[in-house]
Design a protein around this ligand. Structure first.
Ligand code: ADP
Ligand code: ZN
Length: 838
């Protein structure tokens, strides 16, 4: 009986799957996940076997021609995840499979050529090229195609090879070559005893005749150091040599480690403990729960999901590290996901120094070759801890015991620019469930839906309410240099907690009344003055998303809204009109405020550049840095700006969204938000939570050290619950209010959304298609007897993309996917659980 298989073709543009049959000699080796060569049109291409099929969908199947590598390219868990994703996101299975293969895999395959044993070779009948190939294989044993290329140059030998294979003289087999790169390791030295014990040790060493000024010098040098030192640095500063270090190591006074290298612009700015510190009280409570979760038998059981809710600096990463350690000790492997932007050397280095030699990093700047090598090493089980952005989830990590997801609210986990449009958290949790792995999610500002799940949806909610006072050494040094008086005594226990920065709300309408027309309130101005005087640093934040779009009155704060559904109207320059993005309502821009008659009615928004100019005008000596889309276009720009600012090369950092997360800058004692309500009025149900998240995160940038610090929110809307809750660091108030709204209005987590988008160069065609689709949807919904609502069709908020007009329809209901399942919409973008409705 013939065996048939379903194959996904490994070409990015081919998302359909095809049926083939297995020739007899491949029946043994091929299994789901196998990487194979199949005929496709007139080509031979690589593909992945998805499953065995009973009955092919075509009468005449073509054969699978070869199998590349004995080991499948996809693990059984990955196959299961791909199936789950295809169903969950209503995407083609092929697009999900593509996520799991490294790009350029096809180009990397090679052929292994071996002479068959005990064949009779009829020498005289061979051509000279045939003889050359055979002799080469006799001399060297089996060879890869690329090795033969190197030996037989400028001659087309592959045709000849195929003939020899047909004649039964040799065999060829597809293979995946070995990874080339290994992680770069360097030697580092650290003190193994308490610095205070050096004098004591000096006495003991001298008794056994091993005291030596050079060796004591090494110990003293290390004692001054918070991190690790390289031997070469030690030699040059103390005159010691390798045998001195060896003697010290044998006496257990120092430790010599092989540490994996990772470029690090902040090398000296942070103290990185290489062994686990004693946990704080809150961390211990959390750890007890996580530890239990990790210890319970998991296969077949529901593995627990934890949500760690705590501001940056509350000790989440330390708990991730301990969880990883525990999982490794149990012989399990780990995936650690972090948003690309916070995949900083600081984070990576903490994992590297805690688990030397066990950590691999995936990130967008890897070349195809590096990505392949990493993928290959993970597949061979050589990297027990893999860290990276969302794509790291698709590394072939087997025996998965733990998935960590830091900043699980981050939108970069959601793939929004190409199919499959998957949601990172949901996908990671599905993977954890399939593999029986524990999931530890962390966030300073969980999404409303995540908070809801954690409180009442079966996750375990763990709060880390306090920041940990860190950087004491760094700060003490800097403070001494600058002659700054610290607000908290340095020398307290390592685990002393630090309060959250105080936030002042400044009513900008009052500033106008007092005659201040500047974009800086008097409070912010004074604050900046003080920062500059005392040699500290400040951050000014502008929310770029949503600026210059909605229209409001600068005198009374009135926002112009749609009379039909109360959504803020958006100004469109091209149409010179205000538009509602829910229902399509349009009106002209008013000349005066409908509420108070003021002429100061206009769009909101100031750019970073303008703010920088104003700072320079107001504070001529101040050194400014801008961190926005424009200044970070160059490669390495993020790191450079961050390094410059953390090295105090600038006094004031002016930036957008990018600076909200992960920054750890001890000298920043003032954060100013230029206009806190920007973003709140975007026509998207997640606009409020996004603004809340940004405001709390940005405020958290201040006072990350014993220097203390505060934040100022400038606003024309000081009574807004979002701004008030963010200023009070009051998550519960925000979430309760927001959940109540969502329950009333029928938004997630109470209802599910599916967004359908159509694009066309002609606005009329786009509109027509959207209207037709809406009609069809209505028919299908009625036929199924569902209560799913259709919102729209309406132009998208960002009404054009790449010259095309965008129209959208949003389905809202308990299971809107039911309507779309088993239907094909090749011209539409369909997004389940859209992370944005803009
Ligand atoms: P988060 O991940 O929430 O931002 P971290 O785990 O990075 O928090 O902790 C913040 C700082 O406190 C880091 O510098 C970390 O090294 C330090 N830290 C964390 N836990 C402890 C602890 N138990 N004892 C001493 N320092 C700690
Ligand atoms: Zn007004």
């Amino acid at each position: 009986m013939t065996t048939y298989v379903e194959v996904a073709i490994n070409l990015p543009q081919i998302t359909d799957t095809y049926h083939y049959h297995l020739p007899e000699d491949l029946e043994e080796g091929v299994q789901p996940g196998s990487f194979v060569i199949v005929p496709f049109g007139s080509q031979r291409v690589q593909g992945v076997v998805l499953s065995f099929v009973h009955k092919p969908e075509v009468a005449e199947t073509k054969p699978v021609e070869d199998i590349i590598d004995e080991k499948p390219v996809l693990t059984p868990m990955q196959m299961a995840l791909a199936q789950w994703m295809a169903d969950e996101t209503l995407s083609a299975l092929g697009t999900c499979i593509h996520l799991m293969l490294p790009p350029g895999l096809s180009q990397r395959t090679d052929t292994l050529i071996s002479l068959k044993d005990d064949v009779e070779i009829d020498e005289p009948s061979l051509s000279s090229l045939e003889k050359r190939i055979i002799n080469l294989l006799k001399e060297r044993g089996p060879l890869r195609g690329r090795q033969i290329d190197a030996k037989i140059r400028h001659i087309e030998w592959r045709g000849t090879l195929r003939k020899l294979a047909r004649d039964g003289i040799l065999t060829t087999r597809g293979i995946l070559p070995e990874p080339r790169v290994r992680p770069k390791m360097i030697r580092k030295v650290k003190l193994a005893i308490d610095p205070d014990q050096i004098e004591e040790w000096q006495g003991q060493l001298s008794r056994v005749g091993r005291v030596d000024d050079r060796r004591i010098g090494v110990l003293r040098l290390l004692a001054k150091q918070t991190g690790l030192l390289e031997p070469s640095g030690i030699y040059s500063q103390t005159g010691a040599n390798a045998s001195d270090l060896k003697i010290l190591e044998e006496a257990n006074l120092i430790e010599i480690l092989d540490v994996q290298v990772w470029r690090d612009p902040l090398e000296d700015a942070t103290y990185i403990p290489t062994t686990a510190p004693k946990l704080t009280k809150h961390q211990s409570l959390a750890w007890d729960k996580i530890k239990k979760g990790l210890a319970s038998p998991q296969k077949g059981h529901k593995a627990p999901v934890f949500l760690l809710h705590g501001v940056t600096g509350s000790g989440k990463t330390e708990l991730y590290l301990q969880a990883v350690e525990k999982a490794l000790a149990a012989g399990k492997r780990v995936i650690v996901l972090v948003p690309e932007i916070s995949l900083t050397p600081q984070t990576v280095k903490r994992f590297l120094s805690r688990f030397p030699g066990k950590v691999g990093v995936v990130h967008s700047k890897l070349s195809e070759g590096e990505r392949y090598d990493t993928w290959r090493r993970v597949r061979r089980g050589e990297i027990p801890v893999i860290i990276g952005p969302r794509s790291a989830l698709f590394m072939p990590q087997e025996d998965l015991g733990l998935i960590v997801m830091d900043e699980c609210d981050d939108e970069s986990y959601d793939q929004q620019d190409r199919p499959p449009f998957y949601r990172g958290v949901k996908t990671a949790l599905a993977y954890a469930r399939l593999s029986g792995a524990v999931a530890v999610l962390g966030s300073a500002t969980p999404r409303v839906t995540q908070f809801f799940q954690a409180k009442s949806g079966g996750w375990t909610y763990i709060e880390l309410p306090r920041r940990i006072l860190a950087h004491r050494e760094t700060i003490a040094n800097v403070a001494k240099q600058l002659g700054i008086k610290l607000q908290v005594a340095v020398g307290e226990a390592d685990t002393a907690d630090l309060g959250l920065p105080k936030v002042d709300i400044v009513d900008m309408r009052e500033e106008l009344k007092a005659g201040n027309r500047s974009i800086f309130s008097r409070a912010l101005f004074t604050g900046l003055e003080k920062v500059l005087e005392t040699n500290q640093q400040a951050i000014l934040f502008l929310n770029r998303r949503g600026s210059a779009t909605y229209v409001f009155c600068r005198d009374c704060g009135y926002v112009i809204k749609c009379p039909r559904d109360d959504k803020p109207l958006t100004y469109h320059q091209s149409l010179k009109a205000l538009i509602c993005h829910s229902c399509g309502y349009q009106r002209k821009m008013p000349e005066t405020c409908p509420q108070c008659g003021s002429k100061h009615i206009r769009q909101l928004g100031t750019g970073t550049e303008k703010v920088e100019q104003k700072i320079q005008a107001a504070f001529p000596g101040a050194r400014t840095l801008r961190w926005d889309a424009e200044t970070t276009r160059m490669k390495g720009a993020h790191e450079r700006i961050l390094t410059d600012f953390s090295n105090h090369q600038a006094d004031i950092l002016i930036g957008t969204q990018m600076l909200a997360k992960g920054l750890d800058l001890p000298l920043v004692t003032l954060v100013g938000v230029v206009l806190a309500e920007v973003g709140l009025n975007l026509p998207d149900y997640r606009a409020t939570e996004r603004t809340f998240q940004l405001l709390t995160q940005v405020a958290g940038r201040a006072g990350r050290s014993p220097l203390g610090g505060k934040a100022i929110f400038q606003t024309y809307d000081p009574n807004n619950y979002v701004i008030q809750a963010a200023a009070g660091h009051d998550f519960n108030r925000f979430y309760e209010q927001e959940l109540a709204y969502r329950r009333d209005l029928g938004y997630p987590p109470f209802k599910q959304l599916v967004r359908l988008e159509y694009r066309h160069y002609s606005p009329d065609v786009a509109q027509g298609a959207a209207e037709e689709m809406a009609n069809n949807l209505k028919g299908w919904i009625d036929a199924l007897g569902l209560r799913t609502e259709i919102i729209g069709p309406a132009p998208c908020f960002f009404s054009k993309a790449y010259g095309q007009y965008r129209w959208q329809i949003v389905l809202r209901g308990l299971d809107p996917r039911r309507i779309l399942r088993d239907r094909q919409f090749p011209d539409w973008v369909i997004e389940v659980d859209p992370s944005s409705l803009l």
